[in-house]
Design a protein around this ligand. Structure first.
Ligand SMILES: *Cc1c(COP(=O)(O)O)cnc(C)c1O
Length: 371
């Protein structure tokens, strides 16, 4: 039996920007008895997880595996391994998470430049093309699904421009992975990271990453050691790759069980079906919201299916609305971040949350709100 404290916690429908609803079989997976982290059977499971991740990420990259830590540890992994002092990094900036990239790269001594786009609008190709024609960069980075604004950035088209420049292409897929197509090899992505608690519908705690051969070549050619021991891929690869495995740090075993099960659920449903379900639930939600007088913050055509940002009708206070949903209906939705704080609500339809009964439950609750 769990403690009375744990038993007293509410069962909340998670419709915010993550974590998302977790399937019962993923909770069950977390309760499966531990193996040793160097056990042959556990190593076998690690190989299965890598193969599953390659499928979901659309890549043949050998180095495709979960890092210990949440999505931000994936971001940090990409930068600490690939950036050396003085490297030229260009960040395409249109929300909180690209802002975080600028901070992370700057702390490592990179010469960071950004092109800033208005929040709620996607990265535009013309200014990127112009900038990349002027100067050779070591890394160009972008967020695929910007969770703070609900915008989808054109990662495939940007990838073509980055290829001409010769820079490594770094993409954040924390919110997109498992909810819309991610095709790392076709898009020419060199370094990619994600997180487990968004569309993978797993608790937070692991950060899937993928590195191309070009990215690994840059890592091997470093003049200086990776400045972070815990996230140093040149050592961690020896635990996740090859015939003999070397201890680096203890893998979060139960989290890996959970990730395996969550990936299995997605692959069993079929990637195209999973993506179609996210899109259909998004359309259902948008129709319902607009019917109730809410306005979508992002223009049609640039909206993410799994993260819906809206402004409230006249007279509806977003903070009161969120408190009401949580108290009266046990539904969590998200608030606005940064310049959008107090101005918008963010509704997540991530992974297992993207089901018709959940959309209906939220719309009914919104209808019943009296302000
Ligand atoms: C959530 C998120 C992150 C950070 O992930 P954490 O798990 O909170 O560390 C990074 N990028 C994007 C786009 C996100 O949505």
């Amino acid at each position: 039996m769990t403690s009375k404290t744990l038993q007293s916690l509410s069962k909340v429908l998670l419709m915010g920007p993550g974590p998302s609803t977790v399937h019962p079989n993923v909770y069950e997976a977390m309760g499966v008895q531990l193996l040793g982290h160097m056990d042959k059977e556990f190593v076998g499971l690690m190989d299965v997880i890598k193969a599953q991740l390659r499928q979901v990420c659309g890549t043949a990259n050998e180095v495709t595996m979960p890092m210990s830590g949440t999505g931000s540890s994936g971001m940090e992994t990409c930068y600490v391994n690939l950036v050396e002092h003085g490297d030229k990094v260009l960040v395409l900036h249109n929300g909180v998470f690209s802002g975080r990239m600028i901070d992370v790269a700057g702390r490592l001594g990179a010469e960071v430049e950004s092109i800033d786009f208005e929040w709620g609008t996607p990265v535009e190709l013309e200014p990127v093309k112009k900038k990349l024609a002027e100067k050779k960069y070591d890394i160009v980075a972008v967020i695929h699904a910007e969770t703070s604004t609900g915008v989808c950035n054109p990662v495939e088209e940007i990838g073509k421009l980055v290829k001409e420049n010769g820079a490594l292409y770094l993409v954040d897929g924390v919110t997109s992975l498992g909810g819309m197509e991610v095709a790392l090899d076709r898009w020419g992505v060199d370094a990619f990271y994600s997180g487990t608690q968004k569309c993978l519908s797993c608790p937070p705690g692991l950060a899937p990453i993928s590195f191309s051969e070009r990215a690994l070549a840059k890592l091997k050619a470093r003049k200086t050691k990776v400045p972070n021991w815990y996230l140093d891929l040149s050592m961690i690869i020896n635990y996740w790759e090859g015939h003999t495995r070397a201890y680096h740090h203890t893998a979060p075993i139960s989290m890996n069980y959970a990730l395996h099960q969550a990936l299995q659920n997605i692959l069993d449903e079929g990637l195209p079906n999973v993506f179609a379900r996210h899109k259909a639930m998004h359309e259902k939600l948008v129709a319902g919201l607009e019917g109730l007088g809410y306005k979508m913050y992002v223009a049609e055509g640039f909206r993410l299916p799994m993260l819906n940002v809206a402004t409230c009708p006249e007279g509806v206070d977003e903070a009161k609305l969120r408190a009401y949903l949580r108290q009266e209906h046990k539904i969590e939705i998200g608030n606005g971040l940064g310049p959008l704080a107090g101005k918008v609500i963010r509704i997540g339809l991530m992974g297992e949350t993207a089901r018709p009964e959940n959309v209906d439950r939220l719309l009914d609750a919104l209808k019943a709100f009296k302000g």
